[in-house]
Unconditional design. Structure first.
Length: 126
């Protein structure tokens, strides 16, 4: 699995494109920090989107999963300093990792679903 950095100046465009391609895919969101350990924030919910706001005085990334009244999680990462994408050998991204200024990492892992199985995107846990 290859890992590559996404430069800060590309975050907005990258996350917009990524969100459009992967909306509805089933994801796991983990938060990892020296003071909290490895915490699974959510598992088995569809991804709604990821956005970066890095203009003017704003400096944050939002990861939104669920998108339903009974299941909606928004992870706000203030002062993000680094974004990595872990790419698998098959087309698509395996995981996105965002490190905040305090060293906490948020890891969004998603499950590949073949195009002919699109009904699984919103209903299955891979």
């Amino acid at each position: 699995m290859a890992t590559r950095d996404i430069p800060r100046e590309q975050w907005i465009r990258y996350f917009d494109d990524f969100s459009n391609k992967h909306e509805g895919w089933i994801v796991t969101l983990e938060v990892i920090g020296s003071d909290i350990g490895d915490q699974e924030e959510t598992k088995g919910l569809p991804m709604v989107g990821i956005s970066a706001d890095v203009k003017d005085r704003e400096n944050r990334i939002e990861i939104i999963v669920g998108g339903r009244q009974d299941a909606n999680v928004t992870r706000i990462i203030n002062n993000p300093k680094r974004v990595w994408v872990k790419e698998s050998k098959i087309p698509g991204d395996e995981a996105i990792e965002v490190e905040s200024g305090d060293g906490t990492r948020s890891v969004l892992t998603f499950h590949h679903i073949l195009p002919e199985e699109t009904e699984r995107q919103l209903t299955a846990e891979a």
